[in-house]
Every structure is written in C-alpha cells, then in structure tokens.
Design a protein around this ligand. Sequence first.
Ligand SMILES: [Ca+2]
Ligand SMILES: [Ca+2]
Ligand SMILES: [Ca+2]
Ligand SMILES: [Ca+2]
Length: 424
Amino acid sequence: MDINLTRILALFLIGVATLGCENAVTPGSNNSTDPTNNGGATNLTSAEQADEGSKTDSLKTTVRFATYNVSLNRQKQGELLSELKSGNSDQAKKIAEVIQRTRPDVLLLNEFDYDQKGAGIDAFQTLYLRKSQHEQNPIGYSHIYFAPVNTGYDSGHDLDKNGKQGEPTDAFGFGQFPGKYAMVVLSRYPIDVENVRTFQKFLWKDMPDNQWPVDPETNKSYYSDEVKAIFRLSSKSHWDVPIKIGEKTIHLLASHPTPPAFDGPEDRNGARNHDEIRMFTDYVGGTADYLYDDKGVKGGLEKGAHFVIAGDLNADPFDGDGNGKAAQQLMTLKNVQVEEIPASSGGPHYAKAQGKANDSQQGNPAYDTADFGDVRPGNLRVDYCLPSKTLTLKATGVYWPKPDEPGGDLVGASDHRMVWIDIE
Ligand SMILES: [Ca+2]
Ligand SMILES: [Ca+2]
Ligand SMILES: [Ca+2]
Ligand SMILES: [Ca+2]
C-alpha cells in the first residue's frame, strides 16, 4: 500500500467515524477496505432546519432538476473549505444567488472540491445558500450525497509519458490532490443512500468494443499493459443516486467526463470522454451487462425506471474538441427526451459579442452552456439534464441572462451555466 493510499484510508476511517454521529447515515454495506469505494456518502442533515421554500413531497407539482458546474475548485486541499468558512467568498455568494434565483429541487454540482466530512458543502449551505443573497429567498437542502472521486488519486504510473511520476496528469483523473473537481448532489427530497451505485473503479478495459487509445505512429496501444490493467474509466466517478419523490424513484445519473483536450494525436482524452458518456448510455440503454459497480454488482438500470442524466459531459453535439460522436450517443437513445433543448437569451448575445470560433460553429448558441475561450473552442453546449421518456417534461432552461437582464452580473462566477428541467 503506498503512502497516498494509506493516507486516504486514514482520512476515510476518520470520515466514517464522523458520519457515525446522530443525523448522519453511513452508506450501505461496503465490503471493501478501499477508501475510494463509495466512502463518504451521507444523508447529512440539517434536516430539522427549515427547508426554505420546499414543496410538498409528491409529484403533484413539478420538480426541478438541475446541473451546475460551479468551478468551486482550488489548487490545494482544504483551500476551498477555508475560503467558504470565511463566509466571504465572492464567488460562492454569486453561485448561491444563481441557485436562489433558479431554485432547483434536486441539484448536481460539478467541480466542488471533496472533503471526507462534507464540511465544504455544509459551509456552502450554512453561510451562502441559507443566507439571502441580494434579497433573494434563502434555500436549503436537507439531503446531500457526496463520495470520493478519481481526480488527483495517483495511478502510480507515468500516464502522460513525460518521464515523471506522481504529477496531477498521472492521477486516475487530472487533479492536484485527491478530490479536486469532485461532485455533490443536493436534494429537497430524500436520497435512497443504501441503493446508490457508484462506478468509480470500473476498469476501462472491461468495456467491450471500447475506444482504447492507439498511437497513430506505431499503431500500438498508447498505454502499456500494466497501465491497462489498472486504468479506471471514470475520470471523476459515475453515480446512480436514487431520489425518492412521493411514490416515485428518479435515478439521478451524475458524472463529469474528462475534457477531450490536453492530449496528442492518439486523442486519449477524447476516447475516454466518449467511453465515459457511453457508460451511462449503456446503463440506461439496456446494454450494460458488462458493467460492475464498486460493490461488485453487475448490470445497468432496470427497464422502465425513471432517470435524469445530469452533468458537465464535456461534449458538444456539434462543436469543440470532441469527436462529435460522444454526445450523439445520448441523443440517439430511444428512452431519453432530447427534443426540447434548454436555451438562454445570453448564449446568442455572448456568442455574437465574443465572435471568433463562435462565428463558425454549427450549434445554436442559445443552447450553449459554457463560456469557453473564443480562439478555441468557443462557447459550447456541454452541460446536460436529460430526462427519461417515462417523465413528463414541463419546462427547461439555461441560466444565462444577458448583461442587462436580472442576474446578468452573476454569470462570471463560473465558466459554466446552470441547466434546469421541470418534470412531472
Ligand atoms: Ca507524468
Ligand atoms: Ca483530444
Ligand atoms: Ca467565450
Ligand atoms: Ca456554441
């Protein structure tokens, strides 16, 4: 066991001890001692606190699901937590105001640095969400799910082949420390923690007909057999988080596939992005017999189950560095609603104002969800909230106002925009 692993294990044990206290629920049975296996899951709570503005616990009214890459990641472990605890983070205030203005019932946050006690998300709730930002109504979430991710977790190999080991680029997912760019689910409705499934450790080699990268010069595998034997497909993690809404269970399928950039002609990250999206495509599409979760349970989602695929998928259906096929996998699934596309007024405004790559893109800028550099790749549609056809879609949107519209000054808090859907 290497030093990193020992350290993470120690942190995990502390985490479990902490979660053993009242008002916290430890995750379902966990036979592995590997700390990266479904470690810090909780229904944390503040349940007694007023759940400001919460709706009745049924599907009589619409329920708003949303995904938001909040870019609350920092260079060092603990840095985000310190900043949040100050109560004075300008970025966190703006992110909180966007959430207060849009008021999702179930919200996936991408790029929220992990800590094993959930102290970061607790501070974000207590000091930002539950406080009014510019006269907006406070908002609170009684149910939280978070767990370890692969980012910053050293692979023990020189993955980027630059002759040095132990760098952020040599981790299972790019990152300066374990848990950078992690994910959190916030919900006003109960989370069925015992039935959460995580796919953090699924090995890429075990996906049939995968896009394993090949060096175009030698026509051989880009990674060695040793690397192949341990390479995890998910760059963060893939979670199936069941949300109990009245009599219904809706599976929030959360992920954050690696960007298809920062690689060479072998396109190793493009290939990985494609297959990370394929994992959930197969999961809901009835073609996941090969898939095993972190508890060793095989297979995909039960046929006919309600689900919402959410997250920054780092793939635009038409533009950017991806091969285009990555996002299209989801678009062609028979049981997913893709016809009504969430849109904003700010997308077209900013594409026009920023120009350059935006001028020659194919995608409709109203569907953009990220304000990326305009020399390349330009603004893209990379964040998704896709409901199963078993659910009735009532409304959709991307929170991206024009500069002169209400909240127009908030969007700079992240390079991504919130995408939301109302379902019934
Ligand atoms: Ca390296
Ligand atoms: Ca690439
Ligand atoms: Ca831009
Ligand atoms: Ca675009």
